[in-house]
Write a protein that binds this ligand. Sequence first.
Ligand code: GCO
Ligand code: MN
Ligand code: MN
Length: 387
Amino acid sequence: MTDYAPRPEDRFTFGLWTVGNIGRDPFGGPVRDVISPVDIVYLLAEVGAYGVNYHDNDLIPIDATPDEERQIIKDFKAALNATGIKMPMATTNLFTDPIFKDGAFTSNDPHVRAYAYQKVLRTIDIGVDLGAKVFVFWGGREGTETDASKNAADAIKRYRDAINFFSEYVISQKYDLRLALEAKPNEPRSDLYLPTTGAMLGFIATLDHPEMVGVNPEVAHEHMAGLNFMHAIAQAWDAGKLFHIDLNDQLFGRYDQDFRFGAAMIKQNFFLVKFLEDVGYTGSRHFDAHAYRTEDYNGVKDFARGCMRTYLILKEKAQQFNADPEIQALLADINADDGTFDYLKTFSAEGAAKLRATDFDRVGIGKKGLSYERLDQLTIEVLLGVR
Ligand code: GCO
Ligand code: MN
Ligand code: MN
C-alpha cells in the first residue's frame, strides 16, 4: 500500500487545455476564468504532475505578433524551469479557427491545406525548442457532414501527403521527434476520417516513413465507437506504435464526455492500466480530460489529483491481481501447455502431415468448463477491495 502520490517516473502529464478548460459547452458559456499558461504550469506542479502538453494556440494566440510570441515563450520557459515541469508533447490546433471549418489537411481548398502545413511547421519548431519528443496530430475537423462534399479516398491521400511532408521536415531539421496520430470517430464533425486506432495503424503502414509515426489512442474516442480500448492499445503496442496515450473516461453511447480518468468505467480502465504496467509502457501517461462544469479551480485540482490517484490505485490492483495465488492458479490452468503442438509454431510439410493424422477429442475439449466466472468474480473482488 502506498500513499498514491504521483512521482516523476509515472510520467503523468496534462494538456494546457485540460486543467485550463473553462467549462464552455454547446449549451452554456464559461464557468471558470481563463488562467494563463504560466499559472497552469504552477497548478500542475502543485498537484504533482510530471509534465504539460500544449496546442500552439493554448500558448500563443493565433494572432500574436512576433514580439508577443517571444515574450510568451520566454515566460513559459521560465515557469517550466522554476517548477521542473517538463513539456514532452506538442500539437497543432487545426480545428478552432473558422479557416478550418471544413478540415485542414483534407480541406478541398489548397490555401487551407497550405496554411495548415505552415501552422504545423511553426508548432514543430517551437515544440522541439520547448523539449517535445512527440508531436500529436488529431484531425479534429478532418471529416464531413455530407459525403457529397469530399472524395473520401482523396481525403486519405491528402492526409498521407501531409504526414509525409512533416516526416521529411523533421528529418531535414534533424529533430529528435516522433509523430503520433490520434483517431476519433466523430465530434466535432459528423464523421471523422480514420476513425479508430486500428484505422490509423493501417494508414501508418502506407506512409513514406512509417518508422517515425505511431499512434496516440484516447480512451473516450474508442469508447465513443463502442470499442474495447485496451484491445486497441494491445494492437498498437504489438505493432511498436504506442508513442503516447490520452487517458480519460467516457460512457458508451454518450457525447464526448472527457471525464476524469477512471470516473466511469472502472473495470475497463483496470485492464488498461494492467496492460500498460505489465508490458512496461514508459511513455507519457497523458490525461486528456477536464473537470466537471460544476467545478471551480479547487475542483480542477481535485480532478487532476483524481486522475493520477486512480491510475496509481489501479496499478496497485494490477499488482495484487498478478500476485493473487488463486487467480494465478486459474490462469496457469487456463494457459496450460505441455508443448505437444510446438511443432505448429512454424510451418513444415512434416508438421502439416502430422497434424492431419492427429485425432482430437473435440467433444471432450468442448465440454470443459473454463472457470471464467470464478476468474472474473475474483477480479471484481480485487477491484472492490475485499480480497
Ligand atoms: C478531443 C481530442 C483533443 C486532442 C488534442 C491533442 O477530443 O478534442 O482528444 O483533445 O487530443 O487536440 O491532439
Ligand atoms: Mn478527445
Ligand atoms: Mn485527445
